[in-house]
Design a protein around this ligand. Structure first.
Ligand SMILES: Nc1ncnc2c1ncn2[C@@H]1O[C@H](COP(=O)(O)OP(=O)(O)OP(=O)(O)O)[C@@H](O)[C@H]1O
Ligand SMILES: [Mg+2]
Length: 257
C-alpha cells in the first residue's frame, strides 16, 4: 500500500520543497517508487529543483483539476536525475506532478478555487497506477482547504519549522489541527538551525513542547543557500553530512509506515 506523506509548515520558506525533493530522491535511490505532487498551486516551485520549466511541463495538476486531462497525463518521470555516477544502478523511480507556472492558471485558481474531492481522487489514482511506495505531497504554507485535505488523508505528516518564535506558534496550530484530523503519525523536522546551537538540547525542547518526535535537525547551510534550489542537494553533494540527517528522516518515515 502507498504511504502518503504530507510535508507542511505553517509559515512559508521553511524548506518544505527542498526537503520533499531530498527525501524523495533519497527514497528512490534506495530503490523505492516515489511520487511527488505539488499542491502549492498558488505559488508552485518544486519543479525548479528538477530542472523543469514552463516549456518542459506538458500537462500540470491544474489541467487535471480542471478536467482537461487524466492525472496520468500530468506525471513527469524525473528518475533520470537520480544517477550521480557512471556506475550507478538505480532501481527506484521518481515521478513529479507539477503545478502550473502560467500566470493565467494561477490567477484562475485564486479566483475560482478547485474541487478538493477531485484532488483526493487524483492522489488515489496516482498511487494505484504508478504502483507507488510513497506519495509525497508538497504543500502551500498555512492552513487552507487543500492543505487540510492533504494533512487529513496522509499516513504521515512531516511538519517543518525553523527555530523562530513565529514558526513555534504556527506549528502549535498545525499540530493541533493534525491531531483533530487524527493523522496516524507526525514527525517534526527543524530546519535552518545555526551550527552554534546545541542540537540535542533543541530536540529535547521541541519534543517536550509539542509532544511529537523530531525526525531530524538540519543546519542552516551555506552550500544550500548557494545551490539556490537549482538542484537537489543530496544528489549534488552526496558525501555531505546533511545527507546523513536526510537518510535518518527517511528511516524514521519507513519505521512509521
Ligand atoms: N537548511 C537550509 N540551509 C540553507 N538554506 C536552506 C535550507 N533549507 C532550505 N533553504 C533555502 O530556503 C529557501 C526556501 O526553501 P523552500 O523553497 O524549500 O521552502 P518552502 O517551505 O517550500 O517555501 P514556500 O513556503 O514558499 O513553498 C530556498 O532558497 C532554499 O534553498
Ligand atoms: Mg515550497
Amino acid at each position: 500500500m502507498t504511504q502518503v506523506i504530507a510535508v507542511h509548515s505553517f509559515r512559508g520558506g521553511t524548506g518544505k520543497s527542498n526537503l520533499t525533493a531530498n527525501i524523495a530522491a533519497t527514497m528512490a535511490r534506495q530503490g523505492k517508487r516515489v511520487g511527488i505532487i505539488d499542491t502549492d498551486i498558488q505559488s508552485p516551485g518544486i519543479h525548479v529543483l528538477f530542472g523543469l520549466n514552463e516549456a518542459k511541463i506538458n500537462y500540470s495538476l491544474n489541467d487535471y483539476l480542471w478536467e482537461r486531462c487524466n492525472i496520468k497525463d500530468a506525471v513527469h518521470d524525473v528518475s533520470y536525475i537520480l544517477t550521480t555516477g557512471d556506475t550507478d544502478v538505480i532501481n527506484g523511480k521518481l515521478y513529479l506532478i507539477p503545478s502550473s507556472i502560467k500566470a493565467g492558471d494561477i490567477a484562475r485558481v485564486l479566483r475560482e478555487g478547485y474541487d478538493v474531492v477531485r484532488l483526493n481522487d487524483g492522489f488515489q489514482e496516482l498511487s494505484r497506477c504508478l504502483n507507488l511506495d510513497y506519495l509525497l505531497i508538497d504543500t502551500h504554507p498555512g492552513l487552507n482547504e487543500e492543505t487540510l485535505l492533504s494533512i487529513g488523508i496522509s499516513n504521515i505528516l512531516v511538519v517543518i519549522l525553523r527555530p523562530d518564535s513565529q514558526d513555534f506558534q504556527g506549528t502549535a496550530v498545525t499540530i493541533d489541527v493534525a491531531r483533530k484530523l487524527k493523522v496516524p503519525k507526525m514527525l517534526l523536522v527543524v530546519n535552518k538551525v545555526l551550527s552554534a546551537f546545541d542540537f540535542a538540547d533543541l530536540q529535547k525542547q521541541i519534543e517536550t513542547t509539542y509532544q511529537a518526535s523530531v525526525a531530524g535537525i538540519l543546519p542552516l547551510s551555506e552550500e544550500m543557500v548557494q545551490l539556490g534550489s537549482k538542484e537537489i542537494f543530496c544528489l549534488r553533494y552526496p558525501e555531505h553530512p546533511i545527507n546523513q540527517t536526510i537518510i535518518g528522516i527517511v528511516e524514521q518515515i519507513a519505521d512509521a509506515a
